[in-house]
Design a protein around this ligand. Structure first.
Ligand code: AMP
Length: 294
């Protein structure tokens, strides 16, 4: 794409599925491979890494900015979620994004909207247990975005591993013809996974926050070297509580594809979610072991 004015991406943003389709169909007619990167904005290097991943695998990239109300529970941070589309658009433009899609809530959920998307099994554990209804909201909005764009590939972050598993499942089950790709988690130098919600952390909480990744990494190493899974996870959760995390929703080792207790360690990952001040932090790391201890 040609380099234009600094606010081109924002000025040319589309707001309806029809305009998005028209843009994408024009690329299609030119045999361009299209990649979609859905986000809720408040962008950081993690989101921009999805765009680099997309750019390396497609000719044109579309980013979406939509804070999806249906994935927030009552009392969660929907109203407070950081929103700054002008800043986000500038970052995306700088990173070489070709098209911005910013639908309004009324466009996505017009009066009379009555359809639900529920992925069973995968969504009843980990964050699904701690945030009832969250993955129904994610599944609904992602199904809509995938249908609206009909891109060749769509890129999601491994930081939200359960979300990625749910999206892979729904794309397969609903015959959605877009390849779902995961991109690795981008972290701060001290290990904290980048997240829009890190903005809620006080300076002191920010110093404590990397412990989540440190504990998961330690549990993964212990698990790989034959430690008892549940004892190791319980000790990890205790360490987080002792360090000042108010609520530990889970520290759990599960199979990375089925999210069931791991039958062997080759696909196992350690997942964690805990609240620190106003932020709920989540993370996951691979175990990299080969067999469960007998
Ligand atoms: P969100 O805006 O939080 O809904 O995230 C949009 C996309 O960015 C999702 O696919 C996330 O998994 C991904 N993402 C968020 N944080 C990171 C990160 N630190 N590294 C890689 N991907 C991320």
């Amino acid at each position: 794409m040609s380099r234009g004015e600094a606010d081109d991406l924002l000025r040319t943003a589309v707001e309806t599925p029809q305009d998005l389709r028209e843009r994408i169909n024009a690329w299609r007619r030119d045999d361009k491979r299209v990649a979609l990167t859905p986000t809720m904005g408040a962008l950081h290097e993690g989101h921009l890494s999805l765009l680099s991943h997309a750019k390396a695998r497609a000719d044109v990239t579309v980013a979406t900015l939509f804070v999806n109300p249906t994935q927030f529970g009552p009392g969660e941070d929907y109203a407070a979620y950081p929103r700054d589309p002008a800043r986000d658009a500038a970052l995306l433009q700088e990173a070489g994004c070709d098209q911005l899609y910013m639908p309004s809530t009324a466009i996505m959920y017009p009066p009379g909207f009555a359809t639900a998307v529920h992925v069973s099994g995968l969504t009843d554990r980990l964050c699904g247990a701690a945030r009832p209804g969250h993955f129904d909201g994610v599944a609904l909005v992602v199904t809509k975005l995938l249908n609206q764009a009909r891109a060749d590939i769509a890129v999601f972050g491994e930081k939200d591993w359960q979300q990625l598993a749910v999206i892979r499942r729904l794309a397969q089950d609903l015959d959605i013809d877009t390849e779902i790709q995961g991109a690795p988690t981008v972290r701060a130098a001290d290990g904290l996974a980048l997240s829009s919600r890190n903005a809620y952390l006080s300076p002191e909480e920010r110093r404590t926050a990397p412990l989540l990744h440190a504990v998961l990494t330690e549990v993964a190493a212990e698990t790989a070297s034959g430690a008892d899974l549940s004892a190791s996870c319980a000790a990890g959760a205790r360490r987080l509580r002792e360090a000042g995390f108010e609520t530990v929703d889970y520290v759990q080792a599960l199979d990375g594809v089925t999210l069931e207790p791991p039958a062997d360690l080759s696909r196992a990952r350690v997942f964690g979610a805990a609240k620190l001040g106003k932020a709920r932090l989540i993370d996951n790391v691979p175990v990299r072991g080969s067999a469960l201890p007998t």
